[in-house]
Ligand binder design. Structure first.
Ligand SMILES: Cc1cc2nc3c(=O)[nH]c(=O)nc-3n(C[C@H](O)[C@H](O)[C@H](O)COP(=O)(O)O)c2cc1C
Ligand SMILES: CC(C)CC(=O)C(=O)O
Length: 398
């Protein structure tokens, strides 16, 4: 419900406006999770299973959310997750998001499938703004390699390889709408002369001008044979940029990410858009943090709609969090100003939660500030009745 000043005061307000102003096909594409959307809803709802344990009389007159990510200082542990097609929300698309993220001091991860070229996006930010480039790996590796080269040259400081989408999840809404982006939008990261040439005619048209839908074409270009060896090791061999793997949900894969020399992992289920039935990310986070130790940085995304959600993720060991849909809703609401507003709402709510719980810096926010659900999802390793490390810790609390 919007206030009488017509200003969105919380992320739910932004969602309501976006739903109202966006065409239904575009809204459906942004909103939908896979299949019955269990995981999409779990992502947001699971935060409610964690409750706060606030401390009083701590002198909270000066607090800071300043932290560091990959060794570089950032104003806040709140960043922008990569999402395709920002121009579905607003004509200025990713350029507007870039200005908003830069002004806010938030890291922006740019989707390969952006509707504004990576060079234009990064040019919108201030010199000290941080940008990471999200990648998919294509059957034709030269397409991926060209994107890496352009990202290096343009000044992106890390690569985010999304690994949870060998094919696109089954999104009922998009299937019913046979969703395809409007023809005036272009996937500008595939339009550079280098990419177009080396890919032998891989043009933006490939994305949706054929009879296939956007989703089907995505699957046709992606490399389903991707593995730790032929994916991560290959990427490491062609770039010196730090590699962050996005879409990790287990301790096992975290160990593999460490073994393959990744700099970080993003605990993510793609906003519930891929494997419906996967655990919510806040519930998956502890096992990843456990497995990561201090060897690799752990970030998370999915379902963050309030500052207290960020607080809970930090308390469980995330170094930073990223949001996707709230930014798109902000963009649909008021372009750059709306995207900034989405970040500002979450930032101020995080600061409020910190003050009300007696924490003055991100470092201070740890497990001692929250109550965790116990005995919710337990998984035993194949063939073993013995609990693993993370489960033992949980069981010990019962
Ligand atoms: C419309 C939309 C497009 C997305 N596009 C991408 C993408 O191109 N690459 C990617 O790695 N993740 C993509 N994602 C997933 C987000 O990066 C993120 O993992 C997820 O949406 C976070 O959950 P939230 O939307 O609840 O904040 C997309 C998500 C949405 C909603
Ligand atoms: C279809 C992809 C290009 C974008 C994506 O990852 C998504 O829609 O979730």
């Amino acid at each position: 419900m919007m206030s009488h000043t017509n200003e969105a005061v919380c992320i739910k307000d932004l969602e309501a406006v976006a739903k109202n102003v966006m065409p239904s096909g575009a809204w459906g594409y942004y909103d939908s999770g896979a299949h019955d959307e269990q995981t999409k809803f779990d992502n947001a709802n699971a935060f409610d299973n964690y409750r706060l344990h606030p401390r009083m009389l701590r002198d909270v007159s000066k607090i800071t959310t300043q932290t560091s990510v990959l060794g570089k200082p950032v104003r806040t542990p709140l960043g922008v997750a990569p999402c395709a097609l920002h121009k579905l929300a607003h004509a200025e698309g990713e350029a507007a998001t870039s200005r908003a993220a830069s002004k806010h001091g938030s890291i922006m991860i740019l989707s390969t499938y952006s509707t504004t070229s990576m060079e234009k996006v990064i040019a919108q930010g201030s010199k000290d703004a941080q940008y990471w480039m999200q990648l998919y790996v294509y059957r034709d590796r030269s397409v991926s390699e060209e994107i890496v080269r352009r990202a290096e040259k343009a000044g992106f400081s890390a690569l985010v390889l999304t690994v949870d989408a060998p094919v696109l999840g089954k999104r009922l809404c998009d299937a019913r709408n046979r969703f395809n982006p409007p023809p005036h939008l272009r996937l500008e990261n595939f339009m550079g002369p280098e990419v177009a040439n080396s890919a032998g005619g891989y043009t933006p048209d490939l994305a949706w001008s054929k009879k296939e839908t956007f989703g089907a074409t995505f699957g046709a270009n992606g490399d389903q044979s991707l593995s730790w060896e032929n994916g991560i090791s290959w990427l490491k061999s062609i770039t010196k940029l730090p590699i962050i793997v996005k879409g990790i949900m287990t301790a096992e894969d975290t160990q593999l990410a460490i073994a393959h020399g990744c700099a970080g992992v993003i605990v993510s289920n793609h906003g519930g858009r891929q494997l419906d039935g996967a655990l919510s990310t806040i519930d998956a986070l502890p096992q990843v943090v456990d497995a990561a130790g201090d060897k690799i940085e752990v970030y998370m995304d999915g379902g963050i709609r309030r500052g207290s959600d960020i607080f809970k993720a930090l308390a469980l060991g995330a170094r930073a969090v990223f949001v996707a849909r709230p930014i798109l809703w902000g963009l649909a609401y008021k372009g750059e100003e709306g995207a900034y507003h989405a970040l500002d709402i979450l930032q101020k709510e995080l600061e409020l939660t910190m003050m009300l719980s007696g924490t003055r810096s991100v470092d201070e926010i740890d497990e001692s500030y929250i109550y965790q659900p116990v005995n919710r999802w337990v998984r035993y390793a194949p063939g073993s009745k013995k609990a693993t490390g993370a489960q033992k810790k949980l069981l010990a609390k019962l």
